[in-house]
Design a protein around this ligand. Structure first.
Ligand SMILES: [Zn+2]
Length: 247
């Protein structure tokens, strides 16, 4: 995915750059749907199969992340993004099939994520579309993995490429995709709080944390994180050193 063209545009905005977060500025905090709609959108309709519901949202999230990343992928290069970074100096390590942690450049990591996801959602034994086929017992854990990996891509887009996303007018779309993933996660507890904490400030800025009655306490955590910002930053750096992704 990482195209090597237009090297003149890369560099400055890539990687863990300055502390000021463009994506937290009021002017860019728009998104396409109000939050209430998004919460209703992820609520499991009566009579609908839970796995079916998870499958459709996972596929929609994949499409949207793929779309936004595909648009800016020429700016995400091995030289500009030698590591797979997220906000707060978070670094994601790829786990290969043998479970070995590998440090890979962001475009490589994202290519692995997209290839894995595409392959998985196209696999009739995992994401069945035919009437007679059933979801495997491991389906939910596979969805959790996909959602976590897509979250990493979103985190990288915010941390390293938000300016390009914004200049292309895709920031509202990225915010909506993040809102969708967050709403789905709040409703069904799909990823661990230590994963999502790197974008907690954005969750708060986009008002995604109000009145969440479901599980996970992600949003009550957020108040603590907000008041202990320096602490949480330290944690992120520690996490980065040990690598926090698991297969
Ligand atoms: Zn990048």
């Amino acid at each position: 995915m990482g195209k090597a063209r237009r090297k003149d545009k890369e560099g400055g905005d890539s990687g863990a750059s300055s502390d000021s977060k463009l994506y937290l500025e009021a002017a860019v905090l728009e998104r396409k749907l109000p939050e209430l709609d998004m919460r209703l959108l992820v609520e499991l309709p009566a009579g609908l199969d839970y796995n079916e519901w998870l499958a459709s949202h996972t596929m929609a999230l994949f499409d949207h992340v793929n779309l936004v990343y595909g648009t800016i992928s020429e700016f995400c290069t091995i030289t500009g993004c030698p590591d797979m970074t997220g906000p707060g100096q978070r670094m994601y390590l790829w786990f290969d099939e043998k479970g070995k942690k590998t440090r890979v450049a962001a475009p490589q990591y994202i290519d692995y994520v997209m290839t894995f996801t595409q392959k998985t959602i196209s696999d009739e034994t995992i994401f069945p579309t035919k009437y007679a086929n059933e979801f495997p017992s491991s389906f939910e854990s596979i969805v959790r993995k996909i959602v976590r990996l897509l979250f990493h891509v979103i985190a990288h887009l915010y941390a390293a490429h938000f300016k390009e996303v914004w200049l292309l007018g895709l920031h509202a779309h990225l915010n909506l995709t993040f809102t969708h993933l967050t709403a789905l996660h709040h409703r069904f507890s799909l990823i661990e709080p230590k994963e999502t904490e790197v974008l907690r400030d954005l969750e708060i800025a986009l008002h995604l944390c109000d009145d969440v009655n479901h599980e996970s306490a992600t949003c009550s955590d957020s108040a603590d994180l907000d008041s202990k910002e320096s602490d949480s930053k330290t944690h992120c750096i520690e996490d980065a050193a040990s690598g926090e992704t698991r297969s």
